[in-house]
Design a binder for this molecule. Structure first.
Ligand SMILES: C[S@@+](CC[C@H](N)C(=O)[O-])C[C@H]1O[C@@H](n2cnc3c(N)ncnc32)[C@H](O)[C@@H]1O
Length: 220
């Protein structure tokens, strides 16, 4: 009985905390879209990975950002706000986890989707989740080592790593733009290191609350 009560109490405090961070309207949208896409895709992306389950060494000084998939309601919102033609999109998800973002965008008929993920376990799960598609590639590597190709034009980050890696990714995007000037968009969810992007790119959409929850989209 005490166990049940404790579990219920924990659940209640979690729900209250989430509602106070996100607001009721977003929580309702979150639940609605999670259920809808659960039935639509039936893939395994909604689970957490704790610090102990991590199968790679953190880089010096870099804090661990646990695996949490981007909520589908935020993916929906970002899809409506990008200013690229959807069937010209070649997406790169830096820190792609179990492949939720890739699957969501492939379903919207983008040209190609790439995921770059440091965890071997998550890469394996993503490959299983996405085995049914032939326009996807997943690389098990550090995102900052990924060589951006001249086709890549939509970059996605869900608060995947610390500021040093973010800066390296920005450098890589800029080098690729020098190599081949083209229109790009960057979708940044829970955008902690906005200043780093804002000095290089213009903001075309921003919806974040005081807890840094939400999304920003940049373009050049
Ligand atoms: C918050 S999760 C987001 C997952 C996915 N983008 C999504 O939204 O569903 C961040 C992911 O980044 C990965 N990650 C962290 N540092 C990385 C790095 N340096 N290179 C590649 N992946 C990294 C983590 O293992 C984790 O899967």
């Amino acid at each position: 009985m005490a166990y049940l009560f404790r579990n219920f109490f924990n659940l209640l405090t979690t729900v209250i905390r989430k509602v106070s961070y996100w607001g009721l309207k977003n929580i309702a949208a979150f639940i609605f879209y999670e259920i809808m896409y659960y039935f639509k895709f039936n893939s395994r992306t909604l689970f957490g990975i704790t610090n102990n389950e991590l199968d790679y060494e953190l880089k010096g000084g870099e804090e661990f950002i646990e695996y949490i998939p981007t909520p589908y309601f935020l993916l929906n919102k970002s899809l409506k706000k990008i200013n690229l033609k959807i069937n010209d999109v070649s997406l790169v998800d830096f820190g792609s986890g179990a492949g939720r973002v890739l699957e969501f965008f492939i379903d919207r008929k983008i040209k190609f989707a790439k995921g770059v993920e440091m965890s071997k376990n998550l890469t394996k799960i993503a490959k299983l989740n996405l085995a049914k598609f032939d326009n996807v590639a997943i690389f098990n590597m550090d995102a900052q080592e990924y060589k951006i190709t001249v086709e890549d034009n939509l970059f996605f980050l869900y608060d995947p790593f610390g500021v040093e890696t973010v800066k390296k990714i920005i450098q890589n995007i800029n080098s690729s733009l020098l190599e081949k000037p083209r229109k790009i968009n960057i979708i940044y969810i829970s955008p902690r290191y906005r200043e780093s992007f804002e000095t290089h790119f213009k903001t075309i959409y921003k919806d974040i609350n005081k807890y840094n929850l939400g999304l920003v989209i940049y373009s050049n």
